[in-house]
Design a protein around this ligand. Structure first.
Ligand SMILES: *Cc1c(COP(=O)(O)O)cnc(C)c1O
Length: 222
């Protein structure tokens, strides 16, 4: 593995878009190589893998969690995780708050919305979050800092379809910003875009792309 693709991606991404290098399933040596190439933000989708890699790799890495998070695994990642992209239920949000409080931390989180066709993908509906926020649901959750939204598009070659889903997530972000987070500067992130669709995601307003295969595999055309 070389970091040729990684360097190409870094060059092609506007400076206001953050790259989360998704290192799930990659060997530690590959992650170290990308780190040596300058990357400092990495994402994992399994809590125990995240812990292993946190322990094995340099401590100035910003670790993001991007996968479905089970309640009984929250405690492993809370002491060090920088951003949880995948808050997909109110129950999870409350539990993350509880563990963050026990650790004397305020943890940054994104609300994951269901924008794809596949029912296997997780996430809120906009109406659920609006109801929660209208009821003042965040008032008692002082140890989570909601900094934006996340979504995964449908896995399809129909890029117009994918673009429509990203537009939908951008609209959700704009609606929440306007109605609930107008004065909150921290609420600014739209995490969307992966290997197959990150260019479209950036065109549609992504502030954070989560790229795995294209960062670590030289044989993927980008
Ligand atoms: C695996 C994964 C990615 C990266 O996908 P690639 O196709 O490897 O770029 C991004 N986001 C989530 C939530 C993932 O699980």
């Amino acid at each position: 593995m070389s970091i040729k693709n990684y360097q190409k991606i870094v060059k092609s991404i506007p400076s206001n878009v953050k790259l989360v290098a998704v290192s799930k399933t990659q060997p530690i040596e590959y992650i170290q190589k990308v780190y040596d190439g300058g990357q400092r933000i990495f994402g994992e989708n399994r809590p125990l893998d995240l812990v292993d890699r946190y322990e094995a790799l340099p401590k100035d890495i910003e670790w993001h969690f991007i996968g479905h998070l089970q309640t009984n695994k929250i405690k492993y990642i809370i002491p060090f995780v920088k951003l949880i992209h995948s808050i997909d239920s109110i129950k999870l949000l409350k539990n993350v708050n509880k563990h963050a409080k026990n650790n004397n931390r305020v943890v940054d989180v994104l609300l994951q919305f269901h924008i794809a066709d596949e029912t296997s993908k997780q996430g809120f509906k906009l109406s659920e979050i609006k109801d929660f926020l209208n009821e003042g649901g965040l008032n008692n959750l002082q140890n989570v800092n909601v900094v934006g939204v996340m979504g995964m598009a449908t896995n399809t070659d129909d890029f117009n379809h994918v673009r429509g889903e990203f537009k939908n997530l951008k609209n959700i972000f704009d609606t929440l910003k306007k109605e609930f987070f107008n004065t909150k500067e921290d609420f600014k992130e739209i995490s969307m875009g992966m290997t197959n669709d990150y260019k479209i995601a950036i065109e549609e307003g992504s502030t954070m792309v989560r790229i795995g295969r294209a960062v670590f595999n030289d044989d993927i055309e980008i």
